[in-house]
Each structure stands twice: as C-alpha cells, then as structure tokens.
Design a protein around this ligand. Structure first.
Ligand code: FE
Length: 210
C-alpha cells in the first residue's frame, strides 16, 4: 500500500461510530430492521468480493482460451464459472477485464467518483475515492504506480481505464514465475484486489523454508 494514500486508523474508528449511530437511528425510526445492515455485510463476505475476481483470474491463467473469452466478453466468461449470484447486481453491470502482459500494464480508476466492479473486487478502499489519487492516476500514472511499489519500465505502455456507471474495469495481472506447479485454487490465493486494480503485481509464492 502506498504511504501516500494511507489513512490513519482514527478515520476508520470515526466512520464505524457514525455508521453505528446511523444504524441505531434508522432501526429506531423503523426504516430498516435490526438485521438489515448485517445482511449487507454478509453479502460482501460471502457473495461479492475479491475471492470472485481471484477465481476468475486464476482460471484465465491456466486456460488461455478462457482468458481470451474473458477479455472479449467479460460477463459471459464470468457466467461460465458458476460464481455466486450477484454478478449482475449492484455495480456489476458491464464489467470488463483487461490483461497485463509483456509491455503493457493496466491501471483502473474512476475519475468521476468511485465506480468499481463490486462483484469481483468487493468494495473499494478509501484511497480509491481520493481526489488526489483520481487526478494523479490520469496525469502521472507511472509516478503513482512507483509510489505503490510497482516500477513500470519506460518501454512498457501504461493504460489507464476510467470506470464509470457504464463500464467497470478490472485487471488480469501477470502470472508470476515459479507458479507452474500450482493448482488453480493455490493460484487464486496469490491474487489480491490491489493486483486486480493494477496498483500491485502478484508476487511469486514464498519458497518453503529449508
Ligand atoms: Fe465512479
């Protein structure tokens, strides 16, 4: 995580307190039930989250034909995997995948607000909504990537994809070296939401201790 876009823990605690107060008020007023918020949280634990994106990317890594279908028609290719329901729900309409490869690195942002493919990546981190990240991601993506710890060679093209209500992008990162023998599930475990946003690479698996 870039130091630049890191928020202190106070902000997290203050937000949580506000949410609890708002929830209590809405329950008291009869607007929502006592289990409404829990149901939403459960959705992002079990149904919509980066575990879906990781499964999709791992399949793309082991099956080049699937990868091509994923790039050509992302929703249709996702539907092949029988992932949890909700792929067409909130923020899941018109998702599109772009693949990193030799000479190409992709970065997703939303210059307008915080459009993000919830079903495959979950909810976006705070810094994704930061006006500085959104502006600098477009103006100087290489500098932003460097600050995230992703050095991009001069010869590598950086493509910045602006998500919107019409289309929400995610990145198929490059498969790291040394993963040839790994199962699809083990590959999926290596894949982070940051890698699928383009602000991180997937590191090679840790070597077993000798
Ligand atoms: Fe947005």
């Amino acid at each position: 995580m870039s130091e630049l876009f890191k928020y202190d823990q106070e902000r997290e605690a203050a937000s949580a307190a506000k949410v609890r107060a708002l929830e209590a008020l809405l329950i008291r007023k009869g607007v929502i039930g006592s289990d409404s918020v829990d149901a939403v949280l459960q959705h992002f634990e079990d149904v919509a989250g980066p575990f879906n994106g990781a499964r999709i990317v791992a399949r793309a890594w082991v099956d080049p034909a699937y990868k091509q279908r994923l790039i050509d028609d992302t929703p249709k290719a996702i539907a092949e995997l029988n992932v949890a329901q909700g792929m067409d729900g909130a923020e899941g309409e018109h998702m599109a995948a772009v693949a990193n490869g030799p000479g190409v690195h992709n970065l997703i942002i939303c210059t307008l607000c915080s459009c993000y493919p919830w079903p495959v990546l979950g909810l976006p981190p705070y810094w994704y909504k930061d006006p500085v990240f959104r502006a600098r991601g477009v103006r100087e993506p290489r500098a932003v990537l460097r600050e995230f710890g992703v050095p991009v060679a001069d010869a590598t093209e950086v493509k910045v994809w602006d998500s919107s209500a019409q289309i929400r992008w995610f990145v198929v990162p490059e498969r790291p070296a040394g993963t040839e023998g790994l199962s699809e599930a083990a590959l999926a475990a290596l894949i982070t939401p940051e890698a699928m946003m383009g602000v991180a690479l997937v590191p090679p698996p840790a070597l077993p201790a000798h």
